[in-house]
Ligand binder design. Structure first.
Ligand code: CS2
Ligand code: MG
Length: 408
């Protein structure tokens, strides 16, 4: 069996998805996702200009050797762009392998450990009342877990993950449009003072059963994060995400020593070497890598296994950054992983998205069920793809109130 061609597509409904299609001489094809927010043309170009030609003539069944070929073969290793490109190739090769076997992908990992996998949605409000309505909306839809982000009174801009609109916004997606980054102002003291009131009101209204998550988005110093985590302990959060920028893995020791709050880290990591210390020293509770830019299924499976040895559960990144292809790869891993925790998942079930990426996967009452179609269980309609163009965007840039540049 040989790879005969591979094509790269860029674009999608309100999103620059980077989709890879690997074609074989036996008529079977595999799909991969190399979307990297606001760097989409770069992963597409790396695939198109360097990697695709290396795939031609190779046996797609040797996904491990091909992973090593690209990873070890690259003198300049790692980085999100390279790992997203390798990730897309790897997903497509697993898709081919499972289609060849006539099995849904999770069967190749060891079958299912559960039927429905817990997901969480994003509730947001420019103020607390709107946030409470937003949570209510998800609870009514059957969600058991919700991430909550709230506007902070007196903070010049709304803060991470908070809608700029004053009313209820369903399936809020951060606006990354523009030809230069927007600037946001962050006030750590106001944030730390206000958030306990937010969680008090959430628990009063929704009780103890709802799983409540919160994302700090790398905004705190280790000491601030430790103090903040301690303050939040009575609210029994499911997790506190990215309290500090975790390229400093040692910083998490400080937070850990002072609080038992569950910590979730890793959405920006792109290899096991970014999180091995965090996992082996048991400094975190959830690992948040994504199959896209953490090198695909082959590499993420190694991270899951290492995490499993240290009581660290999975909580993969699943913001709308990812196309339904890599989300499907994650859902198959979730169905299998003995140390699965939760999956971030924002419903993208617009008719446009369903037409571009047809699939039978489904979400029922806050649980995700993978379909039993062979492979990843997601297809890609090339004719639909012709409707979309690349549109440039940027992540915002964050400054402290005195103008100091800070972590987005
Ligand atoms: C976020 C992301 O979902 C999350 O937890 O931290 O939405 C993140 O801001 C984006 O993926 C950045 O591209
Ligand atoms: Mg996050």
């Amino acid at each position: 069996m040989k790879i005969t061609d591979a094509k790269v597509f860029l674009g999608g409904p309100k999103k620059n998805y980077v989709t890879l299609k690997i074609i074989t001489d036996e008529g079977i094809y595999g799909l991969g996702d190399a979307t990297l927010n606001n760097r989409e043309t770069l992963t597409a170009a790396y695939l198109q200009d360097y990697l695709v030609q290396c795939l031609i003539g190779k046996d797609p069944r040797n996904s491990e050797d091909l992973w090593q070929y690209f990873y070890r073969g690259a003198y300049f290793r790692r980085g999100p762009i390279a790992m997203a490109a390798f990730g897309a190739i790897d997903m497509a090769l697993w898709d081919i392998k499972a289609k060849l076997a006539g099995l849904p992908l999770y069967q190749l990992f060891g079958g299912k450990s559960r039927d429905g996998c817990l997901v969480y949605a994003h509730a947001t409000g420019s103020n607390l009342e709107v946030l409470l309505d937003s949570i209510e909306d998800y609870v009514q839809q059957g969600y058991q877990a919700v991430r909550v982000q709230c506007g902070i009174p007196g903070m010049p801009t709304h803060g991470y993950g908070v809608s700029e609109q004053d009313g209820l916004e369903k399936n809020f997606i951060t606006d990354f449009s523009g030809s230069v980054p927007k600037e946001e102002i962050w006030d750590t003291d106001k944030y730390i003072r206000y958030m306990p009131e937010v969680f008090t009101r959430i628990r009063e209204r929704f009780g103890d059963e709802l799983k409540v998550l919160h994302d700090v988005h790398h905004r705190l110093l280790p000491r601030e994060a430790a103090a903040f985590a301690k303050t939040l302990e009575p609210f029994n959060l499911y997790w506190l995400e990215d309290p500090t920028p975790a390229e400093d893995q040692a910083a998490l020791r400080y937070v850990r020593q002072h609080s038992t709050i569950p910590l979730a880290i890793g959405e920006v990591f792109n290899s096991i070497y970014d999180c091995n210390k965090l996992i082996e020293e048991e400094l975190i509770d959830f690992i948040r890598v994504a199959v896209t830019y953490a090198g695909g299924i082959t590499h993420v499976k190694r991270i899951i296994d290492l995490a499993g040895l240290h009581h660290v559960r999975t909580g993969f990144h699943g913001a709308p950054s990812h196309s339904p292809i890599s989300m499907a790869a994650q859902h198959h891993l979730n169905a299998w992983a003995p140390n699965f925790g939760i999956q971030e998942y924002l419903v993208l079930d617009t008719p446009e998205c369903a037409a571009l990426f047809p699939s039978e996967h489904k979400l029922v009452d806050g649980l995700f069920y993978v379909s039993d179609a062979p492979g990843l269980g997601v297809d890609f309609d090339e004719t639909e793809a012709l409707r979309y163009r690349y549109e440039q965007g940027f992540h915002p840039v964050t400054r402290l109130v005195d103008g100091t540049l800070w972590n987005y």
